[in-house]
Design a protein around this ligand. Structure first.
Ligand code: MSP
Length: 517
């Protein structure tokens, strides 16, 4: 009996803020590309995203707007869902931390940790960064009492709190990280976390009393749960952990990948695994900390007025172009720099010149020479074998990149095949072969090889650019032949002769860079 292959991937759950920008879109679109890719390659995928709605920061913002926190978050979260729909993000579930199904699980976790003595009461006096929702000891603060993560002033907090015995589990966690080098990726973040843990873990303050907007602690109702503990639990509450129906939990936990930005790797590789260790649950397979999308002018922020909104870009350039750019531009683990010039350059170079032009000009040739009907290929010669070998190797290359969450490398490997086909066209010059009746057989072979590559490129690129196939299949005359759209069909020669291609409008029209504002 073959065992079902499952794959559970999560994005961070986002804080409700007025608008998510392209940095946020990057994480979720990258997770979506991985989820689509895994589904295409035969996995039963569970892809979770959501919103992280509690905490002092939200309570304050709602107050500023004269709204109740619930009113405030409801409106923003419906905007999140709209954004993900517009970006064609295929999540399987969207968890909100204000949902009953989540609250119950957080309360059970608190109760269990308390009952087993891992949570104890003490009085907290220390520093808190409200924008980051992070506690800091005096020694970790930067000069001038600012948060070492975001550089903003911290606040002195003095309250009676409950503490979680992180220190008790530090040794076990360190051992796990050192024995499983793939647990934290890339390796730079692994190293950072190892030295962070080695520098000593303090017990964590996990409840607050000075505001109300949080999940009530079951054994002491004056306290609400610290927002990070609340938030991290989403990865199992969404699966129905410890409820009457925990079938999703049984099937998908432990997660295969928590995809997170580099700033929140610490929460996911220290606090979260220690909670799981204390609960006696298995740890996620991998936490992948990706780099950030930055601007020349620094971080995107509303106050600087330099925020780039994904829907504005989609409106202007189309969804596939925006997704392609995001996924291609940030090298694995590193930061990428956004600029509209770079986006337009990618559209003009990679999409219009290389990909789109390949499809449009090849379809036009088949229409011109054979009334659109693709002929059976003849004997192979010259550069054919090299091209076919690359086409046959590319799916596995893609699998390898995607297994390592190297989305940019995966996209680039399809681009490499596109470029090889374009070079092949120059090498074989079908337009010259068409002028010589003695070369008919060769012309058939060349065009067949190119169109078979185009078919395979369309299959491989679809997780990254989900609208592309809808436009490419009709051009290739394959819109109804869904068998040839599948990953299993990536076997050379599956494309039957006799397929009828059509001429079409440019798949990616060039953009005049001079027209940029
Ligand atoms: N609510 C927490 C996550 C809890 S997960 C249990 C949070 N939310 S956030 O909205 O502030 O950030 C969500 C994600 O967006 C983080 O992974 C963060 O790294 C990412 N990004 C925020 N700005 C970004 C860029 N400019 N570029 C890429 N990712 C960015 O943290």
């Amino acid at each position: 009996m073959s065992q079902e292959k499952t794959f559970y991937i999560t994005t961070p759950i986002y804080y409700p803020s007025d608008n998510l920008h392209i940095g946020h879109a990057y994480t979720t679109v990258a997770a979506d590309a991985v989820a689509r890719f895994k589904r295409a390659t035969g996995y039963n995928v569970w892809f979770l995203t959501g919103s992280d709605e509690h905490g002092q920061k939200i309570e304050r913002k709602a107050k500023e707007k004269g709204q109740s926190p619930q009113e405030y978050v409801d409106k923003i979260v419906s905007g999140f869902k709209h954004l993900w729909t517009e970006l064609e993000v295929t999540y399987d579930d969207f968890i909100r931390t204000t949902e009953e199904r989540h609250k119950k699980v957080v309360q059970q976790i608190f109760q269990k940790l308390y009952d087993q003595g891992d949570i104890y009461k003490a009085s907290y006096e220390g520093w808190y960064c409200t924008p980051c929702e992070t506690f800091w000891t005096e020694s970790r603060l930067e000069d001038g009492r600012v948060c070492p993560d975001c550089g903003r002033p911290v606040e002195l907090v003095q309250e009676e709190s409950y503490f979680f015995r992180m220190s008790k589990y530090a040794g076990t966690l360190l051992q796990h990280i050192e024995n499983n080098p793939e647990f934290i990726q890339p390796v730079s973040r692994h190293n950072e976390m190892v030295s962070f843990i080695k520098s000593g873990l303090d017990d964590l303050c996990v409840t607050r009393t000075t505001f109300d907007w949080g999940i009530q602690v079951p054994f002491d109702t004056d306290h609400v749960a610290y927002v990070w503990v609340d938030a991290l639990a989403n990865y199992i509450s969404a699966l129905g952990y410890n409820t009457g129906d925990d079938s999703l939990y049984q099937k998908f936990w432990p997660a295969d990948v928590h995809l997170v930005g580099k700033d929140i790797v610490r929460f996911h590789t220290v606090i979260w695994p220690i909670i799981l260790l204390a609960l006696g649950l298995p740890l996620p397979q991998k936490v992948v900390g990706h780099g950030w999308m930055l601007l020349d002018s620094g971080k995107m922020s509303k106050s600087k007025g330099n925020v780039i909104y994904p829907l504005e870009l989609k409106e202007k350039y189309g969804l596939d172009a925006v997704r392609y750019y995001l996924l291609r531009e940030i090298p694995f683990g590193d930061d990428g720099y956004y600029s509209e010039e770079a986006l337009v350059h990618r559209i003009n170079q990679d999409l219009a010149n290389d990909l789109g032009n390949l499809f449009n000009r090849t379809a036009a040739m088949v229409v011109k020479y054979f009334d659109g009907v693709l002929q059976e290929p003849g004997a192979l010669q010259g550069p054919d074998t090299e091209l076919i070998n690359l086409a046959q190797d590319t799916p596995q290359t893609l699998v390898n990149y995607m297994d390592n969450m190297e989305v940019s490398g995966a996209v680039a490997s399809v681009g490499k095949l596109v470029n090889r086909v374009n070079k092949y066209l120059e090498e074989t010059s079908p337009w010259a072969l068409a002028k010589d009746p003695g070369q008919k057989d060769r012309l058939n072979t060349v065009l067949y090889n190119v169109v078979e590559c185009m078919r395979q490129i369309t299959v491989m690129i679809s997780p990254f650019m989900p609208e592309f196939p809808q436009r490419a299949w009709p051009l290739l005359g394959l819109e109804n032949n869904t068998e040839l759209h599948s990953w299993e069909s990536l076997v050379w020669g599956k494309l039957p002769g006799g397929t009828k291609l059509k001429k079409g409008k440019p798949l990616f029209p060039r953009i005049d860079p001079a027209a940029l504002d």
